[in-house]
Design a protein around this ligand. Structure first.
Ligand code: ZN
Length: 425
């Protein structure tokens, strides 16, 4: 016992005299300011940012990490990922993962996806459901937090919820004698909706994810429609139970039929939302909700799905650019989300999403802020994540080229620090 006390005292003493780590930045983008801040230095203490100082104020005895030739930014946040999915343009690709791979095998693949995200500069992800892998996202998050595997901070939503018969696998494609695994938790009725939310939260869900609509189609006037999946009682029960339990609701919705329904029920975020209209945009603003457009996945799946007969994806993808511009002009909060996992983690960089946003009318700084301060706001983590300011978590990345000149620079992240620990250098 005595020996133990001495060890504790010695480590406290060692900690007290430890010198701060200082990141010497060639150019600092803090995620918050309208302009880059130029040559700065970030003082890190433990897992937090302690100070932002000029180069001339760097203490002589600091542990210096030299990023003086690089542009330094906050760790990026991807608000829409699936670490337990590895690409699903076709239903065959989706079904193969649910039918041929065990959940432990899928979790091993998820650990690779999590590492890819972190090494690509995404120090935080909101992972919006496991697609049939039950609560394995909670395990991946736990393994990361316990230092078992490298990966980003994770906000997880476990199984997601849809109504009976409206989500793969099964639904007429296989013999009805088979009990097919489902990519979501099926519910019918308000009581089952509440039960699903309660179960998912009890097993570790930070967010609740629902699929608000299906059966997308283009109308003769060029606009899009869909079928809402939930009854009013069901979706309101989900939202009520979620909010009461201090969680937040993410809703997959593609067209106004689903988007308006979900926003009115209390969804904080709309996932994809590719066929939104001006009524939706006004409602986003009125409800202080976020649009997570996931253009990368639309670009990835649209052609392939159209070839297989699902032309609405391609039609919606072709129409999204002017809608994005309009939403931006109106002031809809647009948060960065890729749907990585909906495309193969290995094949495409998550940061490709930035190029779409710039191409669709954002300035590079606006695009960067979708994955920093706006994403942190979505997560209700303002001041803690997505910014390089005093008191925020020390999540910091660096790139060799200037992303304000060339947004693709974010596809080559050369330095990653998460929670004060260097993960890539
Ligand atoms: Zn998704």
């Amino acid at each position: 016992m005595k020996h133990f006390s001495i060890v504790v005292l010695m480590s406290i003493a060692t900690f007290a005299v430890a010198q701060p780590t200082v990141l010497k930045c060639g150019n600092l983008i803090d995620g918050k300011s309208a302009n880059a801040l130029g040559k700065k230095a970030i003082v890190i203490e433990g897992n937090l940012i302690k100070d932002i100082i000029g180069w001339d104020k760097i203490p002589a005895n600091a542990t210096l990490i030299d990023l003086s030739t690089k542009t330094v930014l906050p760790g990026l946040i991807d608000c829409h990922t699936h670490v337990l999915l590895q690409g699903d343009i076709t239903s065959e690709e989706y079904d193969a993962q649910l039918l041929k791979e065990s959940i432990p095998y899928r979790a091993i693949r998820a650990s690779v996806a999590a590492k890819i995200a972190l090494m690509s500069g995404f120090t935080t992800i909101r992972d919006v459901e496991t697609e049939g892998a039950m609560y394995a996202d909670v395990d991946v998050k736990k393994a990361i937090n316990n230092g078992v595997i490298p990966g980003p901070r994770m906000f997880v939503s476990t199984r997601a919820i849809n109504t009976t018969g409206h989500y793969p696998t099964g639904n007429g494609e296989y013999s009805w004698e088979l009990h097919m695994p489902k990519g979501i938790q099926e519910i019918t009725g308000a009581d089952e909706a509440r039960k699903a939310v309660r179960e998912q939260i009890s097993y570790g869900a930070d967010w609740i994810k629902i699929y608000a609509d299906r059966g997308y189609f283009q109308k003769p006037d060029g606009s899009f429609g869909s079928i809402p999946n939930f009854t009013k009682e069901e979706i309101e029960a989900v939202a009520d139970e979620t909010v009461k339990s201090k969680r937040m609701l993410a809703a997959h919705a593609m067209t106004p039929d689903g988007i308006i329904y979900a926003l009115k029920a209390g969804a904080r975020t709309i996932e994809h939302g590719s066929a939104l209209n001006e009524e939706c945009m006004d409602l986003f603003i009125a409800k202080n909700a976020f649009w997570v457009p996931t253009i990368t996945v639309m670009d990835y799946v649209a052609e392939g799905r159209a070839k297989l007969g699902a032309v609405s994806y391609l039609q919606m993808y072709k129409g999204v650019k002017p809608l994005f511009k309009k939403a931006l002009e109106k002031g809809v909060k647009i948060a960065f989300g890729t749907d990585a996992g909906g495309f193969d983690w290995i094949k495409l960089p998550q940061a490709r999403e930035f190029s779409f946003y710039v191409n669709y009318g954002m300035t590079p700084m606006q695009a960067i802020q979708t994955a920093t301060t706006v994403a942190a706001d979505l997560l209700n983590k303002k001041g803690q994540l997505g910014e390089i300011t005093v008191g925020a978590f020390a999540d910091v990345i660096a790139v060799d080229d200037d992303p304000l000149q060339k947004i693709e620079a974010l596809e080559k992240v050369t330095f990653v620090m998460k929670n004060g620990k260097v993960e890539k250098r």
